[in-house]
Write a protein that binds this ligand. Structure first.
Ligand SMILES: [Zn+2]
Length: 361
């Protein structure tokens, strides 16, 4: 069906408006609906029209109808929004007609359903200039009520569905459901690389005996990270860290991305990889640091540095939370060797689980 569609009223002789902040402005919204429906109709839309000139109602009605009548088409459509009185209650959709009862009923039903609003249905109106003076079959759509809070909310939430419902009732092909957005890859909340140093534990004289930690405030919060008893001559948690027994890490966390409660929880660990040795281990976030002035990106526990096979100022990569799968399998640097002497002349050796049998001469 070849359609000409226009918005009701004019930008200089405006229609209805609901109360701010939620109320709808009829001219603005009718313009949006006409633009979107026209786009959805594609080549079935002969022309669309918005009056930005007329300053009186008569001038406006004449200008709109003249535009429609100047086009070669099969149907005229006018888009309006209704108004009654301020209410929170849903009011709904209606479509006005003089000759097009059936089409008006279809549009009203589809549009009401799309918005989840009451269907007020097709209404015969013999007093409307647009319906009486356009010389092709015509309908006038009242999308919903500008002064109903429920209508305004439903229309705003279902704008695309509403425009699709009108376009399909006017003969457009249904729009295919948009492809669901592919799940974005889980992005690391923290990822950085650079040189490292070590921190924490009884031997870390770089921190004062009373120094606390940035987001773990008591032994009881994470006993797994600490020595069972406070080292003599100290009172702070930094010196109580189990430096030689636990893998932990400090970086300059952005607490907007990794809140303190997240870092302190036992839910997830960081992945720390040593560039030089290629080894990587999971490590618990334990503190904020090192200071930017050091030029380093991470402080590790001595246990972690030892396991990674690195020293101060070697380079590490820190990713938090750790990716679900370790990216590189961890290969032990030294082979595991076992040797058993079974008889005087027979020796059984296993290297990384592979058996080598040796007969003595
Ligand atoms: Zn109106």
């Amino acid at each position: 069906m070849k359609v000409v569609i226009s918005s009701g009223h004019s930008t200089r002789c405006r229609g209805a408006a609901g109360p701010p902040p939620w109320g709808l402005d009829e001219v603005n919204e009718a313009t949006r609906v006409v633009d979107r429906v026209a786009a959805l109709l594609g080549s079935n839309c002969v022309a669309k029209f918005h009056d930005t000139v007329s300053t009186t109602q008569n001038e406006n009605l004449n200008r709109i109808v003249s535009f429609h009548n100047s086009k070669s088409r099969e149907l005229d459509v006018s888009v309006h929004f209704n108004a009654y009185q301020n209410t929170t209650k849903p009011m709904g959709t209606e479509v006005l007609w003089v000759t097009q009862q059936s089409l008006a009923g279809q549009i009203s039903s589809a549009l009401a359903t799309a918005q989840g609003l009451p269907n007020r249905g097709a209404k015969k109106r013999t007093d409307l200039y647009f319906l009486n003076n356009t010389n092709m079959p015509a309908v006038l759509i009242e999308v919903c009520f500008v002064d109903s809070q429920a209508d305004a909310a439903a229309y705003k939430a279902k704008f695309e569905q509403a425009c699709n419902a009108i376009a399909q009732a006017l003969g457009a092909q249904p729009q295919p459901e948009p492809e669901p957005e592919p799940e974005p890859p889980v992005e690391a909340l923290f990822s950085d690389s650079g040189t490292c140093s070590w921190f924490g534990g009884p031997n870390d004289t770089g921190v004062s005996p009373s120094e606390g930690l940035a987001f773990i405030y008591s032994y009881d919060a994470r006993p797994d990270l600490f020595l069972v008893s406070q080292p003599p001559g100290t009172t702070g948690l930094a010196r109580r860290l189990n430096a030689d027994g636990v893998r932990y890490v400090a970086v300059r966390w952005d607490y907007n991305r990794t809140p303190k409660t997240m870092l302190a929880s036992k839910d997830q660990q960081a992945l720390v990889r040593a560039t030089k040795t290629g080894r990587e281990f999971l490590a618990w976030p334990a503190d904020w640091g090192p200071h930017e002035d050091t030029g380093r990106v991470a402080d590790l526990s001595p246990a972690l540095m030892n396991d990674l096979g690195i020293k101060t100022d070697d380079e590490v990569v820190v990713i938090y939370p750790a990716p679900a799968e370790p990216e590189v399998p961890i290969v032990p640097e030294y082979p595991e060797v076992n040797m058993t002497i079974t008889t005087n002349s027979h020796v059984k050796i296993t290297v990384n689980g592979v058996v080598i049998e040796v007969e003595a001469p």
